[in-house]
Design a protein around this ligand. Sequence first.
Ligand SMILES: [Zn+2]
Length: 1062
Amino acid sequence: MEHQMSYLQKHPDVTKSRLNTFMSNGQFKKANIHASLYESRVNGSPHVQMEVWAADGQERPTFEHAVKQEFQPIEVDHSFGLSWSTHWVRATLQIPSEFAGKEVRLIFDPSCEAMVWSAEGQALQGITGGNGQDRRVNFVVTKKAKASETKRVLYLEVACNGMFGLGDYLIGPPDENRSFILKTADLVVKQVDAWAMYHDLDILKQMIEGLPKDSPRWWQALSTANAIINAYNAKDSTTLTTGLEISRKFFDAKSGDATHQVFAIGNCHIDTAWLWPYDETKRKIARSWSTQLDLLDRFPEYRFAASQAQQFEWLKELYPGLFARIKDKIKTGQFIPIGCTWIEMDCNVPSGESLTRQFLLGQRFFEEHFGERCLVFWLPDTFGYSSQLPQIVRQAGAKYFFTQKLSWNNINKFPHTTFNWVGLDGSSVLTHMAPAETYTANATANQLIESVKKHKDVAYTNESLYLYGHGDGGGGPNEGMLERLRRMEDVDGLPRVKQAHPNEFYKHVEKTAKDLVSWRGELYFELHRGTYTSQAKTKKQNRQAEFLLRDLELLSVVARSLGKNFVYPSKEITRLWKLACLNQFHDVIPGSSIEMVYKDSDAIYADVLKSAAAMKQEAVVSLFGGMGLALASEATGILVANTTSWPRTEIVAVPGLSAQLGAQQVRKQDQAALMVATTVPGCGLQLVNPTKSTDAVPVSVHRDKDGCVVLENLYVAARFSAEGQLVNFIDRRTERELVPKGQSGNVLRLHDDVPIFWDAWDIEIYNLEKFTTMRATKVTIVDEGPLLASISVEVPIGEGSKMLQTISLSAISPRLEFACDVDWHENHKCLKVGFSWDIRSDFATYETQYGVVQRPTHRNTTWDMAKFEVCAHKFADLSEYGYGVALLNDSKYGYATLENTMALTLLRSPKSPDAYCDMGQQTFRYAVFPHQGSFNESKVVQEAYQFNVPLIQMPVDMKAASSSAMTAAPYFSVTAAPNVVLDAVKAPEDGSHDIIVRLYEAYGGHASATVSIKIGASSVVKTNIMEEHADNLELKTLANGAGKSVVVDFKPFEIVTLRFAA
Ligand SMILES: [Zn+2]
């Protein structure tokens, strides 16, 4: 085509629009680049013949099962459905002879997800139909068709869900009645030069978007694109060659020596469950990773990283052939297992021991199957990072951390990109938050330009990581992304791009960075604050599982050491920990998944709790069977075991034993016999004789002249109004009134709870401004002492909910308990309970994994204000000099403290993505625990532990219960360091008969603890959490058969693992 001028007229905006039109698959597609993209295209019989077999209901049958079924012929426009169903399509392909010598592709668009299988049952590639940006419908049938092709058969496993499930507006609850139309089933041959030109133009277009307007490279990109369009003729393929020559001149200009270096890594974030159930995830993994194997073959420079040991384990079990192919690609270094942990877990709710197990299970899996552990802790999408993670990461043999989630903060911009993250104990990990602020980048030039622009530490380090590839529902990089990256390796105007293992990036930073800044303490996420509360039952089941597994492991270790024939159930315990860790995934335990996922997680927890309880009972029988255990109906006493490491005095309640035991008090609610168990030794036993009188001063309850009810014991007096609020709370030891005049405690408030978008995820600050106070309609005295006094409080809530609260005080403790039973039927409301105390402090103390963090009680700055709702584990505490009050809980995680009022978030009622989140019956407990001395001088950590870990009680025949049989106990003890907690006792993962004991310093000070062990031990070493030898310690033999002991030094908040050799 002739044209007068090959240069650009100075009308840049018009030219920019011209380029957009030239690239658009719309109105002008027959005259622009789209007219040239395919040389040939055929469909229908005889080239593409299809038959289908539909699986029953929501079953997901295997390939082997599916191919044996009866198939029925179908054509394009066939409808697959309904939601979550599976349809196997058998496609018989006859490639036309005129395609000989060419690469032939099948374009298969079922409008939903699918997997391409070979006729022999090899999973080949994932398909994502529909018109989303993650559309992937191209499958390479052959790289070079033969002159006379015989028929080929492929199977397509069509899954009736989209990449993001089946909801409206992304997070809407799934539509269970959707069907999907088979839009396309064509055999095509691509026009190679046209695609090359398309990718070149795409980059030019992106550079025009991202570069500073009017810079030389901006003008050059625009004029290059304009010249290519001028040269183009849809009817003449030689004009493509001309176009490519024009673009080559632009791309041949290289960048300078000091150019920013981007390390690009492909990934396909697969949420282990979210808008789809676990079973669909298993298929998403196979679809996504098989696709990537194909791309790794076609693009040798390409590197792809995948995290979550659980996903690899599923693949190994369900797709062994694919797993073997991935192992081969791991060996060549192209496929990179990453992340350290079992799954990409939430880091707010799981306990310290849970986080430890995530690393222990994950690192061991990676090492066993791929020959090495991970160095990078990889959590691009988790909702906040607790302050003990640096220490745990270090102790798991890793040293780098990656995320980008804090870029979602809705109040403050996080100030660093590459920095040292310093945890509670001073451990530090090199941390990078991708400056492109995404883990699902598209490999575009403008995002690369952003990677430089938004990097906040280029003064110290001139590198960044860039995570690209479709994700959340899987997918990963596509061909276009890889074509673009290949072109952008070294182009003037862009940062240099290298596809590399993330380790290479971190090692490079370690070597070259100067004076990186540090961030100390938690990486608080200023969004998704509702995830401390949503799906209350799941959080409660997790808490129960964590403590049940703790008891199970501790008792099983002791039973193995002392019992003659007890076999430590290590295989089953590992299975249960894997399941508990699975449900800690960053959309499951936070409460942000669809209803289906919680049905799955309920079944998993039921399995874990049932199996753990049964195994715990076996350990109990093995250990205590010779100590006079009796049927409840024949018991004359109770044997009590304490699995915490400090002595406890508590009221024991034994249901159904009142008559024959003649206890001092029978609890009204369940006719349980109450008795005092005095000073039960830590990790030890005590026999309790119910007929023995106690010297405890009785607790009392009465209604006063104002109609208030007063619960009173030796320690405290609590006065409740007729509306159920705590109007006075007096520490009788000092006659100190804890409730300020005009304020109160146990104030139940129903707040509006309408977030901006992320319904199940977000509690927003403005909802604190809008609430109604709930008031009791009935307060009844139930138990009247002498060991336990309790009242029952009925509170109607909102429009259709009600709470029944049992408030109790025992004779022997200042702890005031609130047991709640709620029938919950609200819509976008949130229930909080608040306590105002006459205590002044700028900070409140919140329990976190293996320690505590302090957060402000004021809103001086926007950073303080952003923490209007925070996460805590078993307690939060408000203390001033000399005194404090802790608010304990048995299953809640959302706290807020403003000035002198501490609130606990009890229930939410979001409607997306689970339309029924938390509806129905909910039970939970909280308690207030006043203490003399500030938090550091208190026993709050121990008290909160006790509130969650009841004493184990066993009915016995007092005569048969030989006290001599109890001399083996206490099995463990920790003395000389009240700030050290024994948190876990377990068998080592390597199967040896050694004993692992994990302890931590809980209050933030140094300690020198004496740890004694009474079950056979010959030596002891200090290890990391991977249970590997670090330091020798001296094990001393104690006199009189009291066992052996070791002195262990602790730094503040240090996690110490001891390994005793059997
Ligand atoms: Zn995610």
